[in-house]
Design a binder for this molecule. Structure first.
Ligand SMILES: Nc1nc2c(ncn2[C@@H]2O[C@H](COP(=O)(O)OP(=O)(O)OP(=O)(O)O)[C@@H](O)[C@H]2O)c(=O)[nH]1
Length: 262
């Protein structure tokens, strides 16, 4: 099923890596980004699952020799249908739905402010702000649970996302929410990895994006080749990360260093 994504204007050209700070109003900077979609609709997890899905799970139980009317299974088709609908609810969403307005211009006052301030369009900053750059942002160990499209069995693991901000930074939780949109579909790990990177490039036009996904696939553990410890690692490097090996190195080191005691 295709994303219900509204046509977005062409992305603004990201600033060069060491471009000088520009004096531009945050509202103007954010206006250059694609608009928030009003079209995508999230599945309501509490509503009744589609009868066709419930019937399909009843048929499945009969096909494996079970009796869907026995006490223990009486509500199973409906439960399973509800669960599958949740696990595939990402089809009804696109990244714009979860990102919303959580894009922030980061101002670093040149004097007097003593700190860094993120502001929304129309906000007032202090002094001449430093914009169009900023160091690498890395969020690691985002939990991932998905279903493989070959066997409909789970795969699960972690996602590490890094990006080099362009004009704006993204609300941190949105990295996990974007991950969930693509994880809650029938997937292969490689596509999921690329989709997360592409969504970030689309949404905030950073100077570069790096995504690494590490997963255990139940189709390889519970059945088939029965390799319970085999971990699959995939990555997607876009923009500056594709061009610059030292940035890739910095990203890999930051996701491989032992976690600090927070
Ligand atoms: N590249 C890739 N392969 C996957 C992923 N998830 C599952 N697979 C593989 O999809 C393949 C499907 O192969 P088939 O030979 O058609 O299916 P199968 O007979 O069930 O294969 P076995 O798992 O080897 O028993 C298997 O090799 C799975 O390991 C994924 O995310 N990415």
């Amino acid at each position: 099923m295709a994303d219900r994504r509204v046509a977005a204007p062409p992305p603004a050209t990201p600033p060069a890596r060491d471009a000088p700070a520009e004096e531009e109003d945050p509202a103007t900077l954010l206006a250059g980004l694609p608009p928030t979609s009003a079209v995508c609709v999230q599945c309501d997890p509490d509503s009744s699952p589609p009868p066709a899905l419930v019937a399909a799970f009843s048929a499945l139980l009969r096909a494996i020799g079970e009796d869907p009317s026995r006490e223990g299974l009486r509500l199973t088709p409906e439960r399973a249908a509800r669960a599958l609908r949740f696990l595939t609810s990402g089809y009804a969403l696109c990244p714009r739905d979860v990102v919303g307005d959580a894009k922030f211009v980061v101002d670093v006052p040149s004097c007097g402010g003593g700190g860094m301030e993120a502001r929304l369009p129309g906000g007032r900053g202090m002094g001449a702000p430093l914009r169009g750059g900023g160091g690498m942002v890395v969020v690691r160990d985002i939990e991932l649970h998905s279903l493989c499209e070959h066997h409909l069995l789970p795969f699960h693991g972690r996602v590490h996302v890094g990006y080099l901000p362009g004009a704006v930074v993204l609300g941190l939780s949105k990295l996990a929410r974007i991950t969930q949109i693509f994880a809650r579909r029938l997937q292969i790990q490689e596509r999921l990895t690329q989709q997360i990177a592409a969504a970030l490039m689309d949404e905030i036009q950073p100077r570069g994006v790096a995504v690494v996904v590490e997963c255990l696939h139940m189709c390889m553990a519970m059945r088939g080749v029965e390799q319970r410890a085999a971990v699959t690692t995939t990555n997607a490097m876009q923009g500056a990360f594709a061009d610059d090996p030292s940035l890739r190195q910095e990203f890999w080191s930051s996701i491989r260093t032992p976690r600090s005691m927070l």
